[in-house]
Every structure is written in structure tokens, then in C-alpha cells.
Design a binder for this molecule. Sequence first.
Ligand code: B12
Ligand code: SF4
Length: 376
Amino acid sequence: MNANDGSGTDWGMLARSIKQWGREAGFDAIGIAGVEMEGAEAGLLAWLREGFHGDMDYMVRHGLRRARPAELVPGTLSVVCARLSYWPTATAAASVLQDGERAYISRYALGRDYHKVLRKRLAALAGRMREAIGALGGHMGYRVFTDSAPVMEVELARQAGLGWRGKHTLLLDRRAGSWFFLGEIYTDLPLPADEPVDAHCGRCRRCLDVCPTGAIVAPYRLDARRCISYLTIELKGSIPEALRAAIGNRVYGCDDCQLHCPWNEHAQTSGDIAFAVRNGLDAATLVTLFGWSEAEFEQRLAGSAIRRIGHERWLRNLAVGLGNAPGSAEVLGALRARADHPSALVREHVAWALAAQARRGGTRHHSHSAHDAADT
Ligand code: B12
Ligand code: SF4
């Protein structure tokens, strides 16, 4: 169905209905964007040219299709963008980050895998749109996405008026802060696009200053190779040694740039059952999680986004956390128990962690040694 089909459809009214159906499908907000994203192409190319994508080859492979919705899905005229908050009610973050014995897991990954949750709700919303168009004698072509295809989700959502870009590159809303996921429906309906909202970051640069690894190299420019989220989730191989100490106890993703953002101080939490904490992951100890066998990992994390990294990378990340943890017999015992792990990747990180523990143990006895201090 298209604008010239003579159906007399009131697209503005349909757009308003879609927003209402979106809320009924379980989203917090819906906005509509057009397919014109030329403004984002230069930035995307510059980001790739700088090599900021690291080993995420798919970012190169998909090239400019990412910024051209109508090339990805021919016939696309509008993008229905959806926002869904995930911060689980009554979940702390600062106390876990400060407790070196505990594992910090990104707050987005404590419950069910958001890919599944959003896809299902997007499909429900698209189904309802299709029905409405069908009742008018038309047909709607569409595809739904959430972090699953070459789509510039943040830029589209910005254009759809769902928030403004923070300097950490994420989307922000006055009430929701940035603790939400994004998803889209590419459609061939000529829906009227919403207006973007004004940015409200002003001179604030807290996200840049607090990033533990200095990954936000300038406002709106993120070098993924330094980002703990990339290092603990996307990177398949060895974590660069120079960055391991700064990772602290962050074993799956990182939230620091968002945690220190003033717009997140009073951000709404999500009562959504889908994102309720599972397996006590919001405050588990490093030793406990490191003790999980592969079967336990698979079984406990079934339906969680974390499962995607696999047991080997899970152990790699936890080994780094244990290397950074306060020394104790329990920590050393847990590390030694994995020193002969069949995976070379795990063995290497465990060896690093044991050496880091030994070095820090040594530092306590020889605190005059500048060399020891610089080395840790
Ligand atoms: C790749 C990716 C990552 C990478 C790279 C992140 C990044 N900022 O690019 C890594 C693994 C590091 C990552 C981390 C996280 N991610 Co991520 N990620 C994505 C993904 C798949 C693509 C993002 C992308 O296109 N990056 C490419 C660059 C070019 O885009 P950009 O940053 O928007 O850059 C624009 C400008 O800033 C400028 N620019 C950028 N760099 C440069 C450099 C130069 C020289 C110039 C001139 C211009 C320029 O040009 C660009 C075009 O306008 C999206 C899903 C999707 N398909 O969109 C999720 C997504 C952005 N991630 C998300 C989340 C939740 C996270 C984490 C919070 C997860 C966590 N807790 O660990 C962290 C946050 C880190 C951060 N501060 O960004 C959410 C964000 C929701 C929101 N509120 O905005 C998304 C939308 C997934 C989703 N469906 O919900 N992510
Ligand atoms: S997620 Fe963490 S490491 Fe990545 S940019 Fe934000 S503060 Fe830095």
C-alpha cells in the first residue's frame, strides 16, 4: 500500500493509533522516522575508518546499508521506532561496583534476552498494523528489527523524537534516562514522521570523564576497542592486558557512562517481568559464577543474552574480575581450580589473574617498591 493508492487513508490518524497499540503491546514509547539518514553516513564512515569497530567485522561488511533503510528492505518508506525500559526495580549498581568480590553484570542483561522480548512485541504491533491496513483493503510490507540487522537504531530513534543523543552516543529521554532498548518496524506505509527533540546535555561531560578505559575519545565518538562492553561481550579473543585492571569487576558489559549521567539519577525503572533479575545475577560473587560448570552456565542462562558469549568467554571475563578482586584464599582457590582448563584463552587469563594477585600480595609487603605499584 502506498500514498498514491487512492485509499484515502488518514495516515496521521493511523500513526496515532500505532502509538496507542505500541503501548498496548508493552512498549514505553513509539515514534516514527522517515528513511532519510544521509546526515549519519559521514559519521559512520569516519567511525569505521578510525578502526573504532575493532573485531566487529559485520560493521564493515554492512557498510552504508546501515544508514539506508530503503536499501536494506526495498520499498521501506517509514520506520516505526520503539523504546522499552529495562532497569529492574530495586536493583542497585554502585554497591556492587564497589564490592570487588562481586561480579558486576550490565543491568540490561539481568533478566530475559531483550532480543526475544522486543521481537515478540514488535511482531504483535506489526500484526495489528497489518490488520488495520487489511481492513482498509490494503497490504503492508514490513520487517522487524532489534539489534539484529544493519540498522542505525539510535539515529533512527533520535529522528523519531524518542530522545536525544548523549555524548556517550546513547539515546536519552527526560523521564526514561537512557536505560532502555530500541527496536524498529520497517514498513512500506507512508506514515508522517515525528520531530526530533532538543538535546539537553549542555556542557556536561561526566560520561567522558568517568569511563574507566577512556573509550569515549570525544563527545559522540566511541572507540569500541576500549569499551568494556566490547571487551567483555563482542571480543572473541584475549582481552588486551593494558585494559584488564581498569575493567575491575565488570564481567559482562559496562554501565558506568550511564550510571554517572545526571539524566539517569531519577530515571523510571521497569516493572516489566521480562527484565526481572534471574539467578541473583545482580549481586552474585565472582567466585560463585566462576564455579559454574558449562552445563550450569547453559542451563541457568537459557533465555538470557549472556548465554551468547558462551562459557569460555564467561570464564575469561570472570578471571579478569578475580585478578582484580581483593586477595583471599577463596579467590586464589577458585583461580587455581581453573589453571588447567582445556581452553588456552581461559588458562591465559587465569595465569594473568594469579600473577596479578601475587603481585598485589607482594605489594602489601614491599610497599616501598615503585616498580610494584606501577605494575599493578
Ligand atoms: C555496535 C554496538 C555497540 C558497540 C559500539 C557502540 C557505539 N557507540 O557505537 C559496543 C559493543 C561498544 C556497544 C556497547 C553498548 N551498547 Co550497543 N550497540 C551497537 C549497535 C549494534 C550498533 C551501534 C552503531 O551503529 N555504532 C556505529 C557508530 C558509527 O554509530 P554512532 O555511535 O551512533 O555514531 C554516530 C555519531 O556519534 C558520529 N560518530 C561516531 N564516531 C565518530 C567518529 C568520527 C571521527 C566522526 C567524525 C563522527 C563519529 O557518527 C555516527 C553517525 O551519526 C546498536 C544496535 C543498532 N543496530 O543500532 C547497539 C546499541 C546502540 N547498544 C545499546 C546498548 C544498551 C549498549 C550498552 C549500554 C550495553 C552495556 N551496558 O554494556 C553499551 C554502551 C556503550 C556506549 N557508550 O555506547 C543500545 C542503546 C540504547 C540507547 N539507550 O541508546 C542499542 C541501540 C541496542 C538496542 N537495540 O537497544 N554497542
Ligand atoms: S560502557 Fe563503560 S567502558 Fe564503554 S564507554 Fe561507557 S563507561 Fe566507557
